[in-house]
Design a binder for this molecule. Structure first.
Ligand code: SF4
Length: 430
């Protein structure tokens, strides 16, 4: 669903005319603007929720303040305190590609004023390119079985204390149906470990059944199955893939993914892109041996691959895995990466990842959204299975009902808006 933004109505043009579609002037945190409204009896002083320059409903002021509190950045920046070279890099991103060393300089800062300026610039770029198009997407984790053995993951095949589950095709279809028809979701990721007990026929059948029942974008996150398998899913109606490369440093990749290769991973991504998939990909922050320069290369890899959605999260240690004693990745670095990714990819969709929420709670959501991210991903896995999808421990779930309250429910408009934005993002990334 698209997240609607509260604003106060300043005036209504021609309030007594019979024309149902009215032009209204609103004021939100960014100033005044003219939008349209299809709401009867609207008057100056009312509060509305709007999305994509259209007011969609009237709300009370208290409700408006509740969501504004979640969205608005809290700090002011004094640019006179900023190092001129740093400011120069922030300005340069508007006119040219940033160089590797410039990205490293942005990521390497630990100065509060510089970091705030970076977040603010990213937020401004998001605003200029995407307006207030915030989305809430859902994820259904339908199987926690996996044949792989990634060193950082609690679901790796050698993890013994995992209660394994597989949802049936009927359960998967009805979970998505419920999320779309009752809760208003328009984009849902179907995720599992690399679990080949779901054949290509089964996955294609699940996608087809969902598309017959609901108007929803389906993203598949089912691991390395070969391109033929992804072709089948695309033909059945899948729109995108969530498929992270995790690190662009081949030596690190190979050291934590036994039996897998970085080249295969990238070949999958390139093949999926050629097939016309909307590509959601990204990497982990805080891997053993990872440097700031590696992270800069990871961000550049996103561009090279033509990512449409960027998903970056901090590594979180999980007991029972070979990386249990390795320290967690940094939330501060994750936010800087989010901001730099926004500088380089102004129109990309950038969700706040659950891993960031897990180490920073609700503040992680707010900080993510005010440093360039523009979407959230909520867990729609049935309650009885959630605790068992444990890539890392203590996954954050919170305040989702507050956010959902402001999602644009059950509206064809929401799907249309998302379709348009996805198309634009796809075109922009090539
Ligand atoms: S990260 Fe994914 S592929 Fe690797 S073990 Fe975990 S579920 Fe399997």
């Amino acid at each position: 669903m698209c997240l609607t933004i509260p604003a106060k109505v300043l005036s209504v043009e021609d309030p007594h005319s019979d024309v149902p579609l009215k032009r209204i002037t609103i004021r939100d945190s960014k100033g005044e603007r003219l939008i349209t409204a299809l709401l009867p009896d609207l008057k100056a002083g009312d509060w509305v929720l709007y999305a994509s320059d259209m007011a969609v409903t009237k709300i009370g002021e208290d409700d408006a303040r509740e969501i504004l509190d979640l969205l608005e950045p809290k700090s002011q920046i004094d640019l006179s305190q900023l190092d001129s070279a740093f400011l120069g890099i922030l300005r340069a991103c508007h006119t040219r590609e940033l160089k590797r060393e410039e990205i490293i300089r942005l990521l390497g800062t630990e100065d509060k004023t510089e970091t705030d300026a970076l977040f603010s610039e990213a937020n401004t770029i998001r605003q200029a390119n995407l307006k207030d198009f915030f989305c809430i997407h859902g994820i259904v984790e339908f199987s926690n079985q996996c044949i792989r053995n990634c060193f950082y993951c609690g679901l790796r095949r050698e993890s013994k204390d995992v209660c394994r589950y597989r949802m049936t095709p009927d359960e998967i279809v009805s979970s998505v149906d419920d999320a779309v028809t009752r809760r208003g979701y328009k984009l849902i990721v179907l995720q599992s470990g690399d679990d080949f007990s779901y054949t290509d026929d089964m996955l294609a059948g699940i996608i087809r059944r969902i598309k017959e029942r609901c108007k929803v974008f389906i993203f598949m996150s089912v691991g390395e199955r070969g391109l033929e398998s992804y072709k089948r899913m695309k033909d059945a109606g899948a729109s995108g893939v969530l498929f992270r490369f995790e690190t662009s440093n081949k030596a690190i990749y190979d050291s934590i993914h036994p039996g897998q290769s970085y080249e295969d991973r990238i070949a999958h991504l390139r093949g999926m892109k050629e097939m016309g998939y909307y590509i959601a990909t990204g990497f982990l922050i805080g891997l053993p041996g990872q440097t700031v320069a590696d992270i800069a290369d990871d961000i550049r890899t996103l561009k090279t691959i033509g990512a449409n959605m960027v998903t970056v999260g901090p590594f979180i240690p999980c007991n029972g895995t070979p990386m249990y004693s390795h320290p967690a990745g940094s939330a501060a670095m994750t936010l800087k990466v989010t901001a730099v990714a926004r500088l380089l990819m102004p129109r990309a969709k950038i969700p706040v990842t659950t891993a960031l929420e897990t180490i920073e709670s609700e503040e992680g959501r707010r900080l993510g959204l005010s440093s360039g991210a523009n979407s959230l991903m909520f867990n729609l896995t049935p309650e009885r299975h959630r605790v068992d999808y444990r890539i890392y421990p203590n996954k954050y779930h919170g305040k989702e009902e507050v956010w959902e309250k402001y999602g644009l429910f059950k509206e064809g408009l929401s799907y249309k808006m998302l379709e348009k934005k996805m198309f634009e993002a796809f075109e922009a990334q090539g």
